[in-house]
Design a protein around this ligand. Sequence first.
Ligand SMILES: Cc1cc2nc3c(=O)[nH]c(=O)nc-3n(C[C@H](O)[C@H](O)[C@H](O)COP(=O)(O)OP(=O)(O)OC[C@H]3O[C@@H](n4cnc5c(N)ncnc54)[C@H](O)[C@@H]3O)c2cc1C
Length: 497
Amino acid sequence: MTDLSNVTPVDAEDISEWDMTADVVVAGYGIAGVSAAIEAANGGARVLVLERTSGWGGAASLAGGFIYLGGGTALQKALGFDDSADNMARFLEAAVGPGADKAKIKDYCDGSVAHYDWLVSCGVPFREAFWGEPGWEPPHDEGLMYSGGENAAPFNEIAQPAPRGHVPQMANKRTGQKGGGYMLMKPLIDTAEKLGVRTEYDIRIERLIVDHEHRVVGVLAKRYGKEIAIKAKRGVVLATGSFAYNQQMIEAYAPRLIGRPGAAIEEHDGRAIRVAQALGADLVHMDATEVAFFGDPQLLARGILVNGRGQRYVPEDTYPGRIGQMTLLQQDNQAFLVIDEESYEAALETETSTSFFRTTPKWVAESVAELEAEMGLPESALQSTIATYNLHAAQGKDPLLGKKPEWVKPIGTPIAAFDHRGHTAGFTLGGLRTDLDGRVVHVSGEPIAGLFAAGRCTSGLCAGGYVSGASLGDGSFYGRRAGAAAAKDGVRTGVVH
Ligand SMILES: Cc1cc2nc3c(=O)[nH]c(=O)nc-3n(C[C@H](O)[C@H](O)[C@H](O)COP(=O)(O)OP(=O)(O)OC[C@H]3O[C@@H](n4cnc5c(N)ncnc54)[C@H](O)[C@@H]3O)c2cc1C
């Protein structure tokens, strides 16, 4: 267990000897950390990365690899999709709010095409192929997919749909074990190495070190139980991930995730947030959560999803992460998928990259009334839902929730239901308030001198909603910003010796 109790800053005058020194010290070698390291090195800084585990990668290298990019990236163009920064921003403002940082969204969308080019220039491979089927991620090495419900209600009426989930090419994927995230991280790590970035593993940062002007000038870390002081001449970049594995913080800030599995790694213990808080850092959207839904999107799109009262609540052909959020946050984690035999058989014919999401129905019946009774729903609850759905479906419409006509078909019999109660997991999206240069902002509104942060220890693009790719997207985008600003910071303020 990490000792999270002592997060108070250490006075630099109390450090008798520095064990290591660099211009920019980066804590954490996942997506935000490597992106910061590269740009700090490109900015002329000597960079030292401190990583708690024995290797690089973090949650990023386990990830499916979606990077949310748009506005007309080379990949979007090559595959014939029109997009613009304004169109992308319109979608994101609707999808990731309420309360999203509009300046950050605009900045991110405006810089998205250049960020894609930067990733490619670092060697991240993207195959020019589009995957258009419902799913969590492309089953093969296709490079582009809808990953936020852009082409589903209500967003398809708000902005022109464009797929923005960019996935690095990876053969023979296995979700959670061997995903596109590895092929994002590996080339970036190689790039950092070529630039001379130094890495020290098995070192866990524990506290920040500040000088008499409250400027952050280093970190106190621990390696095999021994305390180590590391000096940062220009700045410290915090990139140690979310607080998904800090039970106390989950209970205090994101209680909807209590008892849910964390879609993260155990090293995401909120330490970066705590040490910055101890210096007066502001926090944003601490209750925001990504929510995965353990259901097969191919089955979902063909059936109807009902809550504990037998009522529909979400267009079933939308982004599964939106289904997860709406289920956990608005329906008390109660969900049943109802589907007829014909649609079930049709779904089984399709390919899915996430076959562990494809389970078998819990109840099978010859009539809706029978199914309803077996599921324990009050008489007529499900029957009236299906009668209303079928009434409109006969015309290929779903005026209630806007499911696209291609998935709307009257539900017949035999009929079955999957029990999806409690089938969610998630990770936290809230964290440190940062400006567009990745500076950690004090509660006064001023940046904290010498302190930068990026990735899931910060609040990025997402305030409430989520789109797949936002974390690797804003982590890499603002990781770069933080690294570049940290490299410049000491130079401008004259701290560099
Ligand atoms: C199965 C799975 C699939 C996912 N798929 C996607 C996806 O397709 N697209 C997407 O955008 N997001 C995805 N995510 C989420 C995404 O991986 C994370 O949100 C993202 O990696 C966060 O970036 P980060 O740099 O903040 O953290 P990480 O990439 O996890 O890096 C943080 C690093 O800091 C280290 N660290 C922690 N504490 C300390 C300390 N005290 N001192 C030093 N080092 C420390 C950790 O060991 C880790 O290496 C997925 C997550 C999972 C688990």
